[in-house]
Design a protein around this ligand. Sequence first.
Ligand code: 13P
Length: 325
Amino acid sequence: MSTLNKIARTLVSDRRGILAADESIGTMSTRLEKVGVEATAENRRVYRELIVTTPRLAESISGIILADETFHQKLSDGRTFPEFLNDIGILTGIKVDTGAKPLAGAPGEHVTEGLDGLRDRVKEYVRLGATFAKWRATITIGDNLPSATAVRANVHALARYAGLCQEGGLVPIVEPEVLMDGAHSLEQCRQVTTAVLQSLFEELDLMRVQLDGIVLKPNMVVAGTGSSQRPGVSDVARATVEALRETVPASVPGIAFLSGGQKPEVATAHLAAMQDIDPLPWELTYSFGRALVGPALETWRGDNGNWNAAQKALSERAVANAAAR
Ligand code: 13P
């Protein structure tokens, strides 16, 4: 078994999943301000310390994805975040993309950037303790969207990123997120998700990415937030598994879903329902951000008197998702 395959399997096995705590400085600042916390580097650090020091987290969380800022910060006891995670048996991931930017020639669509200098950054992150990485591409559904232009640009960047990570020894989490924003139906989401994944695996093949050394992080197939449709849990589970079955080779060790703005309990219910659909070639797990840490942030609100209650809120979501598996 290659080292990459071993890391990928560790991330998705034993009923554990991945916690995405890699919000950019901008996104994290907005989320802190929303709960009345001043958006400083220190407050972002304290909040991330609350997350990672949650008791018994390693029983349900295999890896935590950090943003560059957190990766270089220290806990109160002086250990860096990667050192601490290593000590408690959780793998350290690092978000390496530099964000989605407007795509030339494709009004209303974006391409994720960050390939320049990536080889050297990967080397440095590995030296400091990272074992896996993340890159998120976003795809918008709308009138005549997504365009072939945006899909191709995004899957190309994802595949180039994945190749560079594997060359440097990091397992790439490959995340093509079809966004929930919009009035689209479940069926439209299924079609777009299928087309994007199809195109992604063609590009990964072309770029010679080793499929047994990646983790795929897709959206679940859901109706848009502005749609009048309210598909049931089993509809979402079935449509999601169908899109994956049509496109994801069996050599991929695991699929770890993003939550994408679904309510925490709903995302968990969808994940649980997918496990009941018989035999699938890959592990199906979670790589949630908001659906794991949302309740904890709401509980903490910057008041350290709420510290234990906030950790309990995170722990409950983590345990529920592990149970869903
Ligand atoms: P959400 O689960 O909040 O969508 O975040 C997952 C993630 O890592 C997005 O890149």
